[in-house]
Write a protein that binds this ligand. Structure first.
Ligand SMILES: C=C1C=NC(C(F)(F)F)=NC1=N
Length: 222
């Protein structure tokens, strides 16, 4: 039994971040469960359920889809993370949550979620990074690295500069880059010092999600 505020080993978290697939029903061209099965077969290492935007499911439909996608992740040993919806994460005993700057700080969430859960925080500036680390985040989502169509209120595109600045300053917290990442532009994100790349439409919107995921897995292999 883990204590209410116990944290997973940082190196374990880092190892799981290589190919971070994020999606909800609105991102998929075909049923989300089929897309997730393909993405996992292609080699994604961690999944985030992010049911957001016009047409997103709510209530019981959202809960049922989340539970179906969690079942698929568990069947393949892939971590299942919930975006923003803490109550849903608790109800499903998800492996963790990912929150933005306008959500509760990581230390509060850790109490609510119980021990042994992963808490990821979006950070866009050095100040947000410092605060998230102080609050006990397990990893940071930094971006948008490139222009993105997946988030209509994205912050200004920043390239890989903040990622490389943090590593140059010796900040070692696990980091994933996010925002407009494709197989053609993923390598500079890893070269800048990110431990993984996170992807929505390049996999969810692909004609063949398994092949798309496999391309990222090849790029992200150590
Ligand atoms: C806005 C987001 C920023 N980063 C990430 C992650 F890739 F998981 F770190 N997920 C999000 N939903």
């Amino acid at each position: 039994m883990t204590g209410n505020d116990s944290r997973l080993d940082s190196e374990y978290v880092r190892s799981q971040l290589r190919v971070y697939f994020i999606m909800g029903s609105v991102n998929c061209r075909r049923p989300a469960a089929a897309v997730l099965e393909e993405a996992i077969a292609g080699g994604v290492t961690i999944f985030q359920f992010r049911e957001k935007g016009p047409g997103a499911l709510t209530g019981e439909d959202k809960f049922n889809l989340a539970r179906e996608l969690q079942r698929i992740c568990r069947a393949h040993g892939v971590l299942f993370i919930v975006n923003d919806d803490i109550d849903l994460a608790i109800a499903l005993n998800a492996d963790g949550v990912h929150v933005g700057q306008d959500d509760e700080p990581a230390r509060v969430l850790r109490e609510q979620l119980g021990g042994g859960k992963i808490i990821g925080v979006s950070a866009h500036t050095p100040e947000e990074v410092r605060q998230a680390i102080a609050d006990g985040a397990d990893y940071l989502g930094i971006g948008p690295v490139y222009p993105t169509a997946s988030k209509d209120d994205a912050r200004p595109v920043q390239g890989t500069i903040l990622i490389s600045d943090l590593r140059r300053e010796g900040i070692t917290i696990p980091i994933v880059g996010i925002g407009g990442i494709t197989a053609d532009n993923a390598s500079p994100v890893l070269a800048a010092g990110a431990d993984g790349i996170s992807v929505i439409s390049a996999i969810a919107g692909a004609e063949h999600p398994q092949a798309a995921a496999a391309a990222f897995a090849r790029l992200a292999a150590r």
